[in-house]
Design a protein around this ligand. Structure first.
Ligand code: 3AT
Ligand code: MN
Ligand code: MN
Length: 528
């Protein structure tokens, strides 16, 4: 059996099948995943297929119309084609109810990106069943976000150097990337990575079931987020895929169990690879820590398998790495108990205790005068939070700066300038919170849009014999952070604000907790 072909950069650890107990816990795992509502209904699955059928036809119609407008003949315009490829969680087969379908539209060379955000976007708006269309043409990966028949879809586009896009086109060939716009390369990459992951796992069914479990666990433990320095969907998928390669014949329950053990013991910064990194036809960088110091700084490199290979975990910091390592360890203990029969799978999916865990939190409030500004501004602040985390990591006596994976949005109605200032500083009094739009009518009131982010701070315990309380001076990193976010090219002092404060756990706002959660007796844990 040693000369059998295998998937991955090493031989499997074992080609044995699962033992009966592992098969048993796989059944209970699937039952728990159903109870946790990670699967959509059959009705929803059918709606998705109908929507995809309509969308595929619409893309062809779009290419046809643009072709005619460019003066091509009826026959040539009809032959120009146009094809959709799904990627993301839907393509992997691990999507939940209500999640989006990430859809790449591939068009021939005479159809431009401008056509996509002009003609195609307009066609979407006119389509039956469409309730939302918003184009973001200047994003890093330009996208049109839509909702069709209740299903959210993210459309990206790639224009290939081909005059026709046949129905049987495959995106596997690296040569397709030649002479393309960078945005097209990035858009193609989403689909090429997803497809390659599916090609590189020995058993797609087992991979899906295992990934569903890992995704739910990571979401519940609040470590599912690429921007915050944890892992995003693609990185989690690649980790699970690697474990599947190492155990090609076991069931999902066994994969999950090995996943936590192996990931807890992984010798980072040894990269996780699904296949050897390949060179290709483009003048672009491929991940290579021997060549690039930036790549050498990646703490938990997980490398995408499609050319040009990139690190999907660029954002991981010392803190987020420690937090994830700790979560791997805890989860491996839970799964061990599930296998010996002294715990239930539900224990693996317990909610995080972020807002109970630390004595002090940094509260970062981003605010703006209108909703549109606020969504861009808060996104900018969020994307820079990891810079603050890294600066905090340099502070002596700070052991961990733990970013929470999402911000809390609030719209508040202020009646005085005093109130506006207080709100921008994160002091939103209960009276202001209760106030409704109507209460402000005819008054000088104005709405302030805020998003509040949190970073938990773990301070080194006091050394024996040390006098007085431990001092924690974080004014330097916080001031630097505020200065840095304000260098954003659209920043405007008159309509936007950002305030960072160090607060005690006891004054965390109610919205950070589920109903009843706050009153729970303090979790017993040594003060970090
Ligand atoms: P959901 O089930 O939708 O929550 P997902 O894995 O499908 O999980 P997304 O829809 O957010 O996640 O993203 C799908 C892919 O789109 C993942 C990645 O290849 C690409 N992508 C998402 N966000 C970005 C981004 N900001 N920049 C570049 N690529 C992105
Ligand atoms: Mn998605
Ligand atoms: Mn998406």
């Amino acid at each position: 059996q040693d000369d059998k072909p295998y998937l991955g950069v090493t031989r499997p650890i074992t080609t044995a099948e699962s033992n009966p107990r592992e098969k048993e816990v796989t059944v209970t795992l699937m039952e728990e995943l159903k109870r946790q509502k990670t699967f959509e209904s059959e009705q929803e699955a059918r709606t998705r297929e109908i929507v995809l059928g309509k969308v595929a036809a619409l893309v062809k119609k779009f290419v046809y119309q643009v072709s005619i407008a460019r003066g091509l003949s009826e026959t040539t315009a009809n032959a120009a084609g146009g094809k959709i490829f799904t990627f993301g969680s839907y393509r992997l087969g691990v999507h939940g109810p209500g999640t989006d379908i990430d859809t790449l539209c591939v068009v021939p060379k005479h159809v431009s990106r401008e056509d996509f955000f002009d003609v195609f976007e307009r066609m979407l708006k006119e389509m039956d069943g469409v309730t939302e269309v918003s184009g973001v043409p200047d994003a890093y990966v330009p996208v049109i976000k839509t909702e069709i028949m209740g299903i959210p879809l993210d459309f990206t586009m790639a224009r290939l150097a081909l005059s026709t896009i046949p129905d049987d086109l495959s995106l596997k060939d690296d040569n397709l990337l030649r002479n393309l716009d960078e945005r097209c390369v990035r858009s193609l990459n989403g689909s090429r990575v997803t497809d390659e992951i599916l090609r590189l796992v020995p058993n797609v069914e087992v991979f899906r079931d295992s990934l569903r479990c890992i995704k739910l666990w990571a979401q519940r433990r609040a470590i599912y987020s690429n921007v915050s320095g944890f892992l995003g969907g693609v990185a989690w998928a690649m980790l699970v895929a690697r474990i599947c390669q190492l155990y090609p014949n076991v069931s999902a329950g066994a994969i999950v169990s090995r996943f936590f053990i192996i990931m807890h013991q992984w010798s980072w910064p040894e990269p996780v690879l699904l296949k050897q990194i390949e060179d290709g036809p483009l003048p672009v960088r491929v991940w290579n820590p021997k060549l690039y110091p930036g790549d050498r700084s990646h703490r938990m490199p997980i490398i995408t398998p499609a050319y040009p290979s990139m690190c999907a975990t660029h954002n991981v910091t010392a803190s987020t790495q420690m937090i994830m390592t700790d979560e791997f360890k805890k989860a491996s203990e839970v799964v061990e108990r599930v296998i010996i029969g002294t715990a239930e799978w539900s224990e693996l999916f317990k909610k995080h205790d972020f807002f109970h865990k630390y004595r002090y939190y940094l509260q970062i409030v981003a605010s703006a005068a209108n909703a549109d500004l606020q969504s861009k501004w808060s996104g900018t602040v969020e994307s820079k939070l990891r810079q603050l985390v890294m600066k905090l990591e340099y502070v002596e006596s700070l052991v961990i700066a733990h970013p929470f994976i999402k911000g809390f949005d609030q719209e508040v109605y202020c009646l005085t300038d005093e109130e506006v200032r207080a709100v921008a500083e994160g002091e939103i009094s209960p009276a202001i919170l209760k106030r409704k739009k109507e209460d402000c009518e005819g008054k000088e009131g104005r709405v302030v849009y805020t998003t509040t982010f949190y970073i938990g701070l773990a301070v080194e315990p006091k050394q024996a014999g040390q006098q007085g309380p431990r001092k924690l001076d974080i004014s330097y990193p916080t001031n630097e952070f505020v200065k840095m976010v304000k260098t954003w090219d659209k920043y405007d002092n008159a309509t936007m604000g950002v305030v960072v404060q160090n607060i005690k756990r006891s004054i965390l706002p109610d919205y950070a907790f589920d109903p009843g959660e706050r009153q729970k007796p303090a979790l017993k844990r040594p003060n970090p």
